[in-house]
Design a protein around this ligand. Structure first.
Ligand code: 26Q
Length: 822
């Protein structure tokens, strides 16, 4: 009962207003009379935050008291987006806030949109981690996320003269969602030397000494679940100069300047998120980030375990650690170091504990994304860890040798150390060897891992170490929050919002596919969502688009394998076709808006060239009176989570057109279909399973299959290459300077015409154009189109991260939810 009367509760708009005003006037020290949207946002966030904190503390107490097995999700990226709307949904009382804000002269939507996105991630992998946290809390799993508290998240993108320009994203000022824990710190060592000694019993010991110490400070973020009291913790580490005595020596010695420089260097570790997506660059600072975060997290996890006074052998019964890609692989080595060097366990016993604890998720088969670190670099930064890696490798290769005698090639292929110049540490192999389960993120991807990249390891360990867990998205953010009207309509038909926690209930919608009134409501919602997107387009680009046109969307990181170039070449083809039409023919054209969005890694020139071409095509097409409303081309700048929440509900069709076999899963494909958009795509990643669920009738598939790719590339390599004739016309237009100086785009056309067309743009072009013709055709039959839209949503239940998390819990972590009583 005491909880009902705690100071921060509110269940009516009057009580909410009281809390809001109190926070504005006292916490923020502002007057209500010059309170703008931003202050209203801060006050509202603080009022809801108070409510979260209570459940957060209780959840942590409950989890400590129950002492069940916990899950730790290690990810260098958490692409959270905004928190307030989600807090309102999970705390409840959004309507009280809406009414209270209205009384004070604010629109809740304007207030919510004041919040700066928490953009601590690049794309799919980081957003997946954020969806996982939401599902873990919603399903009452005792789980923590561990990451880095970057001062700068992913850069803000501006488009200037058609070029991407990167602006630093400083986001930490006035962030009400994080709680500094200045008492939770860990000293992290770098560099130094390893000294071998013996203890009293003659046992060999390794002392890692004389390194540089950097301090890790914990910042905690509450993660509320939906429809539950569970509020889990996301712990982000920030780097700071160590305050140890050693470090004051320089100050005392009068070397003030170099002492300050040392401090700055320490803070650099958590300064910035590396903006590469699916590309690794081998920079020392990145390795420092990885170790800093792994070591701090492991120390914290071990500290929590040791408080329970259990035997070390019980560690894997209490702790499951999941590695989000290879970025946290050093955690495996660090764990072994803690057990052997510090806790004095025997190597074999320690290693059994380690491998039972870790699981590794792979997100890509692209060779350029596979992490490798140079041995000399690692030797210098983490000398003891390199020794341990060599030791792990030695025992592993001995094991392989015993089971596959006289196969030198195999030993070379699977060695953690690549015998190149310089030698390299293969992080994926280390992650496989140190984990009990390895999973891919969609069926095709997991199959490809087993038959190509990790084939030798399947031979060595047997197939059971390798599994698939197909990705998903959280229906709270990606249906209910992003598309409140659709969520309300579904709830009206299904008799409540239970589908938000059991997404398979959507299958009941199938009964309404032929319900005319329902179809009309469904279509009206899509239409209003398109108006909302048209407004965003107007605000961000200045262009006016017709909401009745077919909205064709491709938003994701810009990458050659994702083939935005195929899309823009298709748009140019469409433009040329319209230009060649008579007035009579034009009447039959389905008006279309081609919408792009996404960031290119700052050093990825080809991706930047693709952005430039899209913007130059937009310049020409959008002002061409011959075309008018029949075609518009839009590049929405600075694509991020909160823009995605506007874009996903507003597509008629979206594009998921990667070269077959290259996209691990894709998750925006799921978001678009869940919001009633149809998709055009290749047989790649999760598109395949989406097709299986919603049926081939409801998706526009095209292009070569993964099994054909190798052969096609081989043929290209041996000069057997014919540019598709329709694509040739597109290239001719580009080369005629139709979209500005063709020299800007020559590298892009040459990569296809002259350098082997690695991503098979030309091979798939004809099939792509044909698929779009079918899209145009079918869009004209709105009745059928809406029926497909409804039928697809009805069959999307599989793609909830709630299902995903339960699969990880059963097949990898072996953890149970913690029951929460009221
Ligand atoms: C590695 C080393 C150094 C610097 C950066 C990186 C780095 C950073 C980010 C490597 C890869 C990433 C991101 C990868 C990623 O987002 N992968 C996507 O993961 C999604 C979730 O599983 C899948 O749906 C996508 O198919 C996959 O591309």
């Amino acid at each position: 009962a005491w909880r009902k009367h705690s100071a921060s509760e509110f269940t009516s708009k009057e009580q909410f207003e009281k809390e809001l005003v109190r926070h504005i006037e006292t916490t923020l020290a502002r007057s209500l009379y010059n309170c703008d949207d931003n202050a209203a946002y801060s006050g509202t966030a603080l009022a809801f935050r108070d409510r979260l904190i209570i459940e957060w503390n209780r959840t942590q107490q409950r989890q400590t008291f129950n002492d069940q097995k916990r899950v730790y999700y290690l990810s260098l990226e958490f692409l959270m987006g905004r928190a307030l709307d989600n807090a309102m949904l999970n705390v409840g009382q959004k309507e009280a806030a809406r009414d209270g804000l209205k009384d004070l002269g604010f629109r809740i939507e304007d207030v919510i949109s004041q919040e700066h996105d928490a953009a601590l991630g690049n794309g799919g992998l980081g957003r997946l981690a954020a969806c996982f946290l939401d599902s873990l809390a919603t399903l009452n799993y005792p789980a923590w996320g561990y990451g880095l508290r970057y001062r700068y998240g992913i850069f803000k993108q501006e488009i200037i003269d058609g070029y991407q320009v990167e602006i630093p994203d400083y986001w930490l000022d006035n962030n009400p969602w994080e709680f500094p824990r200045h008492d939770v710190t860990v000293d992290i060592q770098f560099y130094g030397t390893v000294r071998k000694t013996q203890d009293q019993n003659g046992k060999v010991q390794h002392l890692w000494e004389n390194g540089e110490i950097v301090q890790a400070v914990a910042y905690d973020v509450p993660i509320p679940g939906y429809g539950t009291k569970t509020t889990n913790n996301l712990r982000l580490w920030s780097s700071k100069a160590s305050t140890g005595e050693f470090d004051f020596q320089k100050f005392n010695a009068g070397d003030y300047e170099s002492a300050v420089a040392d401090q700055q260097r320490a803070e650099t570790i958590s300064a910035v998120l590396y903006p590469n997506d699916n590309l690794e660059r081998g920079k020392e600072l990145r390795l420092k980030q990885q170790y800093f975060w792994c070591a701090a997290s492991l120390f914290d996890i071990v500290r929590r375990f040791k408080k329970t006074k259990r035997a070390w052998s019980e560690f894997p019964d209490q702790v499951a650690i999941q590695l989000n890609d290879t970025h946290p692989t050093l955690a495996i080595v660090e764990m072994q170091r803690i057990l052997v060097d510090i806790e004095d366990l025997e190597w074999d016993e320690a290693w059994r504990i380690v491998t039972k604890t870790f699981g590794y998720t792979n997100h890509t088969v692209l060779p350029e994304a596979l992490e490798k670190w140079s041995v000399p670099l690692m030797q210098n930064l983490l000398p003891r860890h390199l020794q341990i890696i060599y030791e792990i490798n030695l025992f592993f290769l001995q094991y392989v040798e015993r089971n596959f005698p006289n196969d030198r090639d195999l030993l070379t292929r699977v060695s953690i150390i690549e015998e190149s110049h310089p030698k390299m540490v293969r992080m994926a192999y280390l992650a496989i060897i140190g984990s009990h389960k390895v999973n891919g993120v969609a069926e095709l991807h997991s199959d490809l891992l087993k038959t190509t990249l990790f084939k030798d390891f399947v031979e060595i360990y047997g197939p059971d170490r390798f599994t698939n867990v197909t990705n998903g998205v959280t229906p709270r953010r990606w249906l209910h929050q992003a598309n409140p009207e659709l969520s309300a309509l579904i709830a009206k038909k299904l008799g409540g919002h239970e589908f938000l926690t059991d997404l398979t209930l959507l299958d009941k919608l199938e009964a309404f596919v032929d319900d005319k009134e329902f179809r009309t409501e469904w279509a009206a919602i899509k239409s209003r969502n398109k108006v909302r997107l048209a407004q965003l387009i107007k605000e961000t680009t200045g262009y006016t688009v017709n909401p009745d046109a077919l909205f064709d969307v491709q938003v994701k990181r810009i990458h050659e394998y994702k083939r935005q170039q195929l899309n823009i070449f298709g748009v140019i083809h469409r433009y040329l076709t319209i230009k060649g039409m008579s007035a009579e023919e034009k009447k039959k054209v389905v008006p279309r808006v081609s919408i792009f969005g996404g960031k290119a890694a700052p050093g990825y020139w080809m991706a930047k060239t693709i952005i430039h071409l899209i913007n130059k095509v937009a310049d020409v097409v959008n002002k061409d009176p011959d075309v008018g409303d029949l075609l518009k081309v839009i590049f929405i700048p600075d694509y991020n989570v909160s823009k995605a929440e506007v874009i996903c509900p507003a597509s008629d069709i979206s594009e998921h057109i990667s070269t077959a076999g290259t996209e691990g899963s894709g998750t925006s494909n799921m978001k678009f279909v869940l919001n009633g958009g149809l998709i055009i795509g290749t047989c790649d990643g999760a598109n395949i399973e989406i097709t299986r669920e919603i049926s081939e009738q409801n998706i526009f598939l095209f292009g070569n299959l993964a099994e054909d790719v190798e052969e096609l590339r081989h043929r290209h390599f041996y000069g057997e290459f014919q540019l598709d004739p329709q694509l040739a016309k597109v290239f001719d237009a580009i080369k005629s300077n139709m979209f500005g100086d063709a020299a800007h785009f020559s590298a892009l056309t040459a990569s296809i015409e002259e350098h082997g067309d690695y991503y098979l743009v030309s091979d798939d072009f004809n099939s792509y154009i044909a698929a779009h013709a079918v899209v145009d055709q079918e869009f004209q039959n709105q009745k059928e189109w809406i029926a497909k839209s409804i039928a697809s949503v009805a069959r999307m239940g599989f793609f909830s991260t709630d299902r995903v998390i339960n699969e990880y819990a059963d097949s990898i972590w072996n953890v149970e939810p913690l029951a929460v009583k009221d």
